[in-house]
Write a new protein. Sequence first.
Length: 139
Amino acid sequence: MLRDNFNPRKVLLDMKRRLLIGAQESLPQSSVATNDIGDLADQAGDERNREVSFLLNGRFRASLVSIEEALKKIEEGTYGICEECEDEIVPGRPKVMPLDKLCLACQSRLEMEMSLERRAEEQLRDKQLAIEPEKEETD
């Protein structure tokens, strides 16, 4: 499956460690005690910190899930195998993209499908916007 000295498990565990450290460092420290009223600026700042923390934690969770899935694949012996066509992912690719689940051909096909879908949605939205004013005029 994978050749040379590349150790995907070590790389993934290092990614996980760095991710957890980054998540811990990004947690905002409240400048106002919960029983203090504080001024509006402090309250607004704390609320913004909570929002940013929530968004970051969502990204950290998604990345952590991807890392855990890749580690499980290593245990199962399926790491480096495309989830779509089940062909081997080019051996050098996991070194650069250790969380990839698809080979280049399947990834390209997926990106093309997503691009076409976005384009179709934009065209549909544009048509709906063009039709809506006419409906309002007839009502």
